[in-house]
Design a protein around this ligand. Structure first.
Ligand SMILES: [Zn+2]
Length: 321
């Protein structure tokens, strides 16, 4: 009873409401966590339904924002939960106003840029967060308790360079993402009820197809870590963030730096998802209603929108960020 009361008082921010976000927010709402803040920049598409367990065909037909669709679904099975749906891209500019009142932050994003931003914010303010990622059949998660455990930058000092596999290019096994959502929800419940001695202090990963799992100790900070050691919050300052500008009518330019792109490899990966062609200087990818032009240094121009959040989402889904 006491634990249930604590859950009802808890406020959890879920950043991203794709497969992981749908899984973890569904579990926490059914468990009785009283306040959920769901932040997502995307809209439900038919291709999401294979793995995003809160949504249905009607949501996709309406192209509902995922945060709004999630709030509606949760209201239908636990109307006691207060859900704040934010249709937004989490940025250095809005992270303070969005996340400052949360007790716990759950990573359910699809990109490293946002994860390092969350890490900087959480370490600066001493707020716990839970990293979670899945691609194909591989899933990984880690609890970050600032001042106690390692942070994301302790374990991975820098985001990956070049293009990375994403759920849109490599696919994703729905059972892998629900496994990691279940583990993340379990750790969140432990934290909210105050069972801190039960919180896992490792980086835990699974390859559910290859029958492998690994666990790396992450119970203390790495000396010299840029974020939790030196307290240099470069991601929160926006220094590592690609600059984005509107260029002309209905197109957005992403000035990515230092993300060398192998056109032949990326063409092969994008082939199943739209028309693609490239030469030595430029790669073009058409995915209705958008056209992406990509340069060898990772810079991109996305035609078909003047919404920077849509452009950043497409880049994260098909190039990786
Ligand atoms: Zn650290």
């Amino acid at each position: 009873m006491e634990g249930q009361t604590r859950l009802a008082r808890g406020k959890v921010a879920i950043v991203g409401c794709g497969a992981t976000g749908a899984s973890v927010s569904g579990l926490l709402a059914r468990a009785g966590v009283g306040h959920l803040l769901i932040i997502d920049r995307d809209y439900v598409e038919p291709s999401n339904l294979q793995r995003q367990s809160l949504f249905d065909e009607a949501d996709a037909a309406e192209s509902l924002p995922k945060a709004v669709a999630a709030a509606r679904k949760i209201a239908a099975f636990n109307s006691d939960v207060e859900v704040q749906a934010e249709v937004a891209d989490l940025t250095p500019e809005n992270i303070q106003s969005l996340l400052s009142t949360a007790d716990l932050i759950l990573d359910a994003t699809d990109n490293f840029e946002t994860r390092y931003l969350i890490n900087d914010f959480a370490v600066m303010h001493g707020k716990p967060w839970i990293y979670a990622a899945t691609v194909a059949a591989y899933a990984v998660t880690m609890n970050i308790i600032p001042g106690e455990t390692a942070c994301l930058s302790c374990v991975f000092p820098a985001p990956p360079e070049g293009t990375v596999e994403t759920c849109d290019t490599a696919g994703i096994l729905n059972s892998a993402v629900n496994l990691i959502g279940s583990i993340q929800a379990t750790e969140a419940i432990k934290f909210l009820v105050g069972a801190n001695d039960k919180l896992r202090r490792t980086l835990l990963s699974f390859d559910v197809w290859g029958n492998e799992h690994a666990e790396i100790t992450a119970d203390r900070p790495r000396p010299g870590c840029q974020a939790c050691g030196k307290r240099e919050f470069v991601h929160l300052a926006g220094e590592r963030r690609p600059q984005i500008t509107l260029c002309g009518r209905n197109s957005v330019q992403i000035h990515e730096r230092n993300r060398p792109v192998d056109f032949a490899e990326l063409s092969a990966r994008l082939g199943p998802h739209g028309a693609v062609k490239h030469n030595a200087f430029v790669l073009k990818f058409w995915r209705d209603p958008y056209e992406m032009t990509l340069f060898p240094d990772g810079r991109a121009i996305i035609k078909g929108t003047n919404d920077t959040a849509v452009a950043r989402s497409l880049y994260a889904r098909f190039v990786g960020s």
